[in-house]
Design a protein around this ligand. Structure first.
Ligand code: AMP
Length: 194
């Protein structure tokens, strides 16, 4: 059985950190559209040029851009055990495109794990990350913009997967280990039920 997970939650929820742990444990391929886009920006490609100003403004890049990137990665790794999608899908059209791409390959989303963290804590975590990683979009104004975009454009993705009966919630507050354990409990339940 393939395992295709979406780690869902606002910026700063810990999706990247948790993804790193889960890929090892379950042998999955990590697909973070944020990481892929930052690599494009760094490489100076035309796509990176186009994405840079949007990322720096805390806005989303066009759906078609990320869908194409994901499509390529799905092709490259479709023989594996499955994927963890991190920071994707971020809009309902992206979710619909992902569902269709997976269906073409005889796959589907196994579960969407929503990590809940309150806004004060998110802002604190992102400001700390700014010190450690120096991301250009981790400034107070841009964090605010990204949280607004999350609420307006990304939250409806949770409803989309709730309607498909694929949505699970975990408390995203606590130590990294505690949160990993909560996520693993969900994944193991999903695997057992399959
Ligand atoms: P992240 O590392 O996931 O927080 O993403 C950083 C930035 O990359 C976002 O604020 C967006 O500008 C862009 N980005 C990442 N993933 C997506 C996506 N799925 N759709 C649109 N824009 C994205």
């Amino acid at each position: 059985m393939k395992l295709n997970l979406i780690l869902f939650g606002p910026p700063g929820a810990g999706k990247g950190t948790q993804s790193q742990r889960l890929i090892e444990q379950y042998g999955l391929v990590h697909l973070s559209t944020g990481d892929l886009l930052r690599a494009e920006v760094k490489s100076g490609s035309a796509l990176g040029e186009q994405a840079k100003s949007l990322i720096d403004a805390g806005k989303l890049v066009p759906d078609q851009m990320v869908i194409q990137m994901i499509d390529q990665k799905l092709e490259q790794h479709s023989a594996g055990r499955g994927f963890i999608f991190d920071g994707f899908p971020r809009t309902v059209p992206q979710a619909e495109a992902l569902d269709a791409l997976l269906a073409q390959k005889g796959m589907e989303i196994s579960c969407v794990i929503r990590m809940e963290v309150d806004e004060a804590e998110l802002t604190q975590r992102l400001l700390k990350r700014a010190e450690l990683e120096g991301r250009t979009d981790d400034t107070p104004e841009k964090i605010k913009a990204r949280l607004e975009v999350y609420k307006a454009e990304t939250l409806p993705v949770a409803d989309h997967y709730h309607q498909l009966d694929r949505l699970y919630q975990v408390d995203g507050k606590g130590s990294v280990d505690e949160i990993t354990a909560r996520i693993q409990a969900v994944i193991d339940r999903v695997i057992q039920a399959a």
